[in-house]
Design a protein around this ligand. Sequence first.
Ligand code: HAM
Length: 418
Amino acid sequence: MANAAPPPGTADIFPEEARRWRRLEAAAADVFARYGYGELRTPIFEFTEVFQRGLGGETEVVQKEMYTFEDRGGRSLTLRPEGTAGVMRALLNTDVLNGVEQRVYYCGPMFRGERPSAGRKRQFHQIGVENVGRVAPELDAECIAMLMHLLEEIGITGAVLKINSRGVMADRGPAGQLLKDYFAGHVARMCPDCQTRFERNLWRILDCKEAGCRAIVAGAPDYFSAYSAESQDYFARVLASLDALGVKYEIDRQLVRGLDYYVHTVFEVTHEGLGGQNAIAGGGRYELFLPDQSKPVRGVGFAAGMERLMLVQDALNTARTDSAEPPVFLVSLGSAARLENLKLAAALRRRGRHVALEVEDKSMKAQMRSANRAGATTVVIRGDEELKRGVAVVKNMAGGEQREIPLDGLEQVLTEEK
Ligand code: HAM
């Protein structure tokens, strides 16, 4: 069996589970449509520069986790590690740079070369949305509220929304200096990663998970007060809109997010049902630069990890089981009956019924066993005798009662009985 395992960090999704995935995708599409979002499907791979420039060269994702390869034409391509950069590339073909709003959502596989664990995959799946082209705190709040609405709709209670502001680029100088001055006195006691971050990506020290670093971070100065009045006001208006919408949040000054494109609002939704990897969704407002573009694309959005949403549903016991619709099972006794049943199956399937039938010569008993295994609620039995008389025996599996139905009414009866 070992050879049949897919590569580490990936998974096969069998029909029973796939039905659940579809239901989740459908629930998201349904909620998002109410807010005016339509689906955008972009390629699974992009030119590598789209992510290098879009996410920022200093991000962990770009430095350590991308699946990058050269195609036969010598182009450097990368399997998308997230959805936002590719979506922005696609939206350059619209008027977003001129302030025309686009509301799009996407779902599908993303790829990051991380160490696999429960809830952390190398091929994982996101449901994400992007509201692009306009800048307003109310849009940030509406986007967050829509995420909470989706969680509610799929039965996830007890999720915690954490929110913070990254300010704008101009704020990073003064606010960053405050942090730098403080961390400079502690850098020798930080973890090796944070010692590198101190030089190259100072803000990421704030969300280091190492106990030693967390203790240092706990004493960090209030950098938010060094932001411009506009940035502080922007954040206050996001919070006021969330209050108006009745969305509960926790302000978390250690939340910086792992991608470099964020400005102003950043947020994450966590759930204790997940254990270690506890973010089920994350997002924020961004200014994303693409190759050959001097102006950034501005938007706000989020992505939720589908595997993690389902793990939380499992922890909460909210997911319904997903059995397929029970089929009607056609039992054929003899080859003439089998041909007739093949035709009947085709006709019933066109009428929307799920149908299963045995195609080999098997005894009545064996076929009834298959019908049971398939979960059939109705079985149709036909042999030479029935064919001659122009009838079929229809058996209700729950009650066990049998009736003879004339052929001309059979399709109708079986369609209505569903
Ligand atoms: P992210 O925080 O990197 O943000 O990912 C969003 C969500 O994807 C996470 O909260 C988590 O649920 C899921 N996720 C991430 N990595 C993995 C993994 N290795 N295995 C399983 N699930 C994972 C983004 O990707 C941004 N593009 C979100 C965004 C959209 N920001 C603005 N617009």
